[in-house]
Design a binder for this molecule. Structure first.
Ligand code: GRG
Length: 299
């Protein structure tokens, strides 16, 4: 697989997931305003990286994308919820996301909070309540997907990481502090779709353990690149405001060790991630290419 192929793979997955969401995010009782805001927050935007990680891992075990669509769509809804809340005035206060106004800018702050909440809850419901999903994949696996996702989002995952992130603004931090924030805020929810893909494919426990390690290393690379792009990227390409980490005195690796050393650490972490992936002993060429994309991307 090449870089062009991986961009095509993301595009295909975006179309699959967006088409599914277009059809499913229709509610008879939901206020139209909420439905519109919810759809604005998730359909037609983003790289669909987490859906692609789920598909790429499960495909290595012969599970089709079609069978995983409800879970992939749910994961992308939950991810969108985190971005919507991250952009709120009391968090990162960003007016732009995915090349358009952030949800609270377009619909107001109350809707930013409420549509975010709905994206999280409906993102879990979309696969648990799907008429086929628990039967196709089995209810035991469905409970495990829930366990993995909820663990990655809770007090020891994304929410906890966001608290550390907000609390460290403007303070002096160590490398250890930064890695803890990266791991909890970002890497756990990069690890989650990979682990769900392995569970969907019936991977043995020792392979799941390797995916846990790979997922965290990949998540660290992804967040390091995000912080590097905040310094080196342009708002137009990023689809959000560049330079905000510096402005808000965020706890990033760049703040602690500078840009060059951050680049070196990112590349070093990528090599570690690759070596764990290779040790699994089956070909995961798509995952490999996604990891390359994570550190070479410009948005
Ligand atoms: C209650 C679970 C819960 C969370 C609320 C707001 C919040 C706490 C957490 C925010 C976590 C966050 C935004 C982490 C940053 C991760 C990151 C670099 C996201 C960007 O992901 P991309 O580049 O986005 O994949 P696209 O737009 O391409 O989908």
């Amino acid at each position: 697989m090449t870089t062009t192929d991986i961009i095509e793979y993301f595009k295909e997955n975006s179309e699959l997931v967006d088409h599914f969401l277009e059809e499913k995010l229709v509610f008879s009782e939901s206020p139209t305003l909420l439905t519109n805001a919810l759809r604005y927050g998730v359909i037609g935007g983003g790289k669909k990286l987490r859906a692609s990680l789920l598909f790429a891992t499960a495909e290595g075990y012969g599970v089709s994308r079609q069978d995983l669509l409800p879970l992939a769509a749910g994961i992308e809804m939950i991810h969108s919820f985190s971005l919507v809340h991250d952009d709120l005035p009391s968090m990162d206060n960003d007016d732009f996301r995915r090349g358009k106004h952030s949800l609270h800018k377009a619909y107001g702050e109350a809707m930013g909070i409420l549509a975010g909440d709905a994206l999280l809850v409906e993102g879990l419901k979309i696969f648990v309540s799907d008429p086929f999903f628990p039967t196709t994949l089995g209810s035991r696996k469905t409970v495990r997907f829930l366990d993995v996702l909820l663990g990655s989002l809770g007090a020891e995952g994304m929410v906890g990481g966001q608290v550390l992130d907000v609390e460290s603004e403007g303070k002096s931090v160590t490398m250890e502090d930064v890695y803890r924030i990266y791991r909890m805020k970002t890497a756990r929810f990069i690890q989650a779709p990979i682990l769900c893909g392995a569970i969907a494919g019936g991977a043995p426990e020792e392979e799941q353990e390797k995916f846990r390690t790979f997922g965290i290393l990949l998540g660290e690379c992804f967040q390091m690149k995000d912080d590097i792009l905040d310094v080196t990227g342009e708002s137009r390409t990023l689809g959000k405001t560049a330079g905000k980490d510096f402005e808000q005195e965020k706890a990033t690796l760049i703040k602690v060790v500078g840009l060059d050393e951050s680049l070196r650490l990112m590349n070093e972490t990528f090599v570690q991630a690759e070596s764990v992936l290779q040790s699994i002993g089956r070909p995961f060429s798509v995952l490999d290419e996604i990891a390359r994309f994570a550190i070479s991307r410009d948005h």
